[in-house]
Write a protein that binds this ligand. Sequence first.
Ligand SMILES: [Zn+2]
Length: 321
Amino acid sequence: MSKDILNILGVKVAPGESSTITFEVAKLHTRNTLAVPIIIERSKKSGPTVLMTAGIHGDEINGVEIVRQIIAKGINKPKIGTIICVPVINVFGFLNMNRLFPDGRDLNRVFPGSANGSLASRVANFVMKEIIPHVDFVMDFHTGGADRFNAAQIRIIQGDEKLNELAHVFGAPFIYYSKNLNKSFRNACYNAGVPILLFEGGKSFNIHSPITNTGVNGAKRVLHHLGMLNRKFKVSKPKSNVIIIEESKWLRAKYSGMFKATIDINSFVKKGDVLGHITDPYGSFNYFVKAPNDGYIFNVNESPVIYQGDAIFHISTKLEA
Ligand SMILES: [Zn+2]
């Protein structure tokens, strides 16, 4: 539970107060300062402290839009406890329209970071040292890389009861069991004993309303579950039952060519069903991509041009009963 006075970077925020603290990362090469705003809302009543983050990858705009809506609608003003929002952690990548830091580092592979490391490593260190110690629970919003469109899903490790409960409350169409990657933010939170739900949905450089709605509604359900959601907000039931994916595989393109998926994301397909086709520009080649097994399609590559070996569909191979 949070202490009475929250102190981040020497700025004190008392119960009942709001504050936007700016973390000044490093100057741009033009010597302009660059700030990461940390938006804090505290209720007078004590309660948990929830952190909502996005933009660890600078190209994952859907995630940023979800946290933006949460702030714009006032969902981050809690009935009890404290909500901290950091909509754009990798502000360098966001500015440069790039997933990574200017030196090519992936912020999500340098956690927990260090004070004297690379720029990305310093940002990770800041998050772990200044913010995470105050936090009881995290929701981190991501999107699929490049043109690979992710179905809305919560990623958690298998066998963690608390995470399972919260992931079900969130109510995204899928829960996908995936291991904590070494040096990821998720792994660093796990090692710090702070539960984290990782949301994935949509693709890079894209704002997709059904995906952002799923993210915002899920966050509201979790806040409601924790007793933190302001009374003025209604909580809707998830549209469908949550499907739990235990195992999955990526289908990779057998040929280079032009690509068009014909199956809708979130669909359940039978072995042998046509999922899409790979063609050439000259009208002489048409290869039908077929499902290798029964399963749910929870990622579809939306790139119109692909190379042999590119990941084109993510399909479940084992569901939890
Ligand atoms: Zn990401």
